[in-house]
Structures are given as C-alpha cells and as structure tokens.
Design a protein around this ligand. Structure first.
Ligand SMILES: Cc1cc2nc3c(=O)[nH]c(=O)nc-3n(C[C@H](O)[C@H](O)[C@H](O)COP(=O)(O)O)c2cc1C
Length: 314
C-alpha cells in the first residue's frame, strides 16, 4: 500500500506504532518495523542511556526504519535529542510541547521530524518550520490528549496542509484506517491496538483489563486542568476525578497521579495505577503477534477501500 508517508519513510504499509511511554521498547518497535510499518521507541520518563540501549537493540533486531518519541515536557529532552543525533535514528516524533526549536538540529543529523499536533494552528506552524510530516492526534487516543476528535482534526487540518498528515486516535481496525486514508491522511498512527501485541511488554493484568473493557470504560483525568490523560476507569481514576470535581489544589492532584503510568502499565497494579488506552476498545479482544495485527489491519483496510469504490458509483 503506497502513500506519500510510505515513500517518505521507506516502509511497506502506512502504519506507525505510536510511542507509548513505559511500553514501547526494542521488541515492539522492531516487530512493527519488521512487519512493514514503522515502530517507535518511547523515551518519556526513561533516562538517556536506556533510550540509547533500546535504539542499539532495535538496530540488531531490524534493518527497517524506526523512530523515537520525545516528550517535550521531559527535563532531559535536550540530552535525549543530542543522543538521537549521535545514534542516527530514521525519524523523531515530538509531542507535548513546542517542537520547532529542535527541527534544525535533528534535520542536520539526517533525521526526519514528525511532530504530534492537536490543532490546525500548530499543524501550520510545524509545516512552515520544516516538519517532514505531522501526526494529528484526536482525543479518542490513549495517554495524554488534546480536545479535538480525530474526525474534527481530519476535517479541519488536512485541506490546509501539504506535508503528509498521519491520523491518530481511535483507529483500531482496518475500517478506521481506510476512513482516515479516504479523508486524505497519508497514514495512521496506532497505539492502543499494539498494547495487545504478544511482543508488547505491557503487564498481563493490564492486557486482561483491556480485553475485558467495554466501549464506555475509558475516562479522562485532568481535563479541567488542561492536561487530560485517557485510561481505564479504576480506583485511581475515581479518586482523582472526585478530587478534580471538588476543586482540589493542583499539587494534590499531581501527587496522586505521579507514578501511576508505571504502576499500571509495568507493575500491573491496574486499580491504583493507570492503564492508558484509547476509546476504540471493542476490537481489542485478543492478544496477537504484531505481524497478525498489521496483516489484519491492511487486509480489512484494502477490502473497505475496494467497497468504497461501489459507493462512489451509486
Ligand atoms: C500506553 C500509552 C502510552 C502513550 N505514551 C505516549 C508518549 O509517551 N508520547 C506520545 O507522544 N504519545 C503517547 N501515547 C499516544 C500514542 O503514541 C498514539 O498517538 C495513540 O495511542 C493513538 O491513539 P489510540 O490509542 O487510539 O491508537 C501513548 C498512548 C498509550 C496508549
């Protein structure tokens, strides 16, 4: 399946595995790249040497393109970016802050830059500043989110942007992928679906909680404070949301949330930690290999696109 994104990155299918803090490391990343998409190592919350090691491990596991995600809120982002320029990955996905000051350094090192943006204004700004492609991420996504939905972003952003646009948030099957491509996206970024990959290190209890979840089970904490995080409803989110509604001070909320990603995703405390996952939960029912997930996504996307041709003739 050829698009401007597959051409830009030199990949077979227009599927990027979104960087996922605490869970996307060398095994998941290389499995996605080997299966024809592009994997991303998440650097958020990790130290520089951990990320360097994962890059080196990934290079041993695949000769295909892969990327690294930088969370611009991280205090050591400058050191991480300097390290990426030494290690030379194919592309860097930047989110949660202003990515523009880092473009030149990365591009000078031969690294493509693909920022994640939540609005048309930021999409225009990163395009003007030389981004190679951009990800629009809707609030259906798991993890830290903006306010617009994926459908609204696809509608608002694509007509005004010339570089390849990658759609993220709520895309968990081939029909969603086909819809994004029909809207003009050149690729999709998927996170939640890959949480159930056999190559994903997410704790088995968190995988099971996702399998058991129904469509309305994800909630957003921190929305009223401008930093929403989507995950599965549990003891922690009930407590947090009650405090948030009662107008609790920022510090109290921050203390409650600190460390919950690692607790839920890595340690498997799925009640007191947070299992970050998006809204498209119903297709997330089975643990499969990355290759099976990608084959299924592509097979259904191609079938949906073929059938869409019939609609056009009616
Ligand atoms: C467990 C988890 C952790 C995530 N961590 C990050 C992160 O560290 N940096 C980032 O830019 N996006 C992060 N995301 C967002 C994903 O990269 C991706 O854009 C999103 O999952 C797409 O929506 P979906 O979950 O509906 O597929 C995370 C998502 C999940 C589910």
């Amino acid at each position: 399946m050829k698009t401007r994104l597959t051409e830009l990155l030199g990949i077979k299918y227009p599927i990027i595995q979104g960087g996922m803090a605490w869970v996307s490391e060398a095994n998941l990343t290389s499995a996605v790249s080997n299966a024809g998409g592009a994997g991303i190592i998440a650097s958020g919350g990790r130290d520089v040497e951990w990320v360097r090691n994962e890059i080196r491990k990934t290079k041993k596991l695949t000769d295909k393109p892969f990327g690294v995600n930088i969370v611009l809120l991280d205090k050591d982002k400058d050191e991480k970016i300097a390290m990426l320029c030494e290690e030379k990955v194919d592309f860097v996905a930047l989110g949660a802050g202003n990515p523009v000051p880092y473009f030149q350094k990365l591009k000078d090192a031969g690294i493509k830059v693909i920022p994640v943006v939540p609005s048309l204004k930021l999409a225009k700004r990163v395009e003007e500043s030389g981004a190679d492609a951009l990800v629009i991420e809707g609030m259906e996504a798991g993890g830290h989110i903006g306010t617009l939905t994926t459908m609204a972003l696809l509608t608002n952003v694509i007509p005004d942007i010339k570089i390849p646009v990658i759609a993220a948030g709520g895309i968990a099957d081939g029909r969603g992928m086909a819809a994004a491509l029909l809207m003009g996206a050149q690729g999709v970024q998927i996170g939640s679906r890959f949480l159930l990959a056999s190559e994903c290190m997410l704790h088995p209890k968190a995988k099971e909680m996702i399998i058991q979840a129904v469509d309305t089970d994800s909630v957003v904490t921190g929305y009223s404070r401008g930093h929403g995080v989507r995950g599965l409803r549990n003891v922690f989110t009930d407590k947090y949301l009650e405090l948030e509604r009662s107008g609790a001070p920022e510090e109290e909320l921050n203390n409650l949330a600190t460390g919950t990603a690692r607790l839920g995703l890595v340690d498997g405390d799925v009640e007191n930690g947070l299992v970050h996952v998006g809204q498209s939960l119903v297709p997330l029912k089975e643990i499969k290999s990355v290759a099976e997930i990608i084959d299924e996504l592509i097979g259904v996307a191609q079938e949906t696109l073929r059938n869409a041709g019939n609609l056009g003739r009616g």
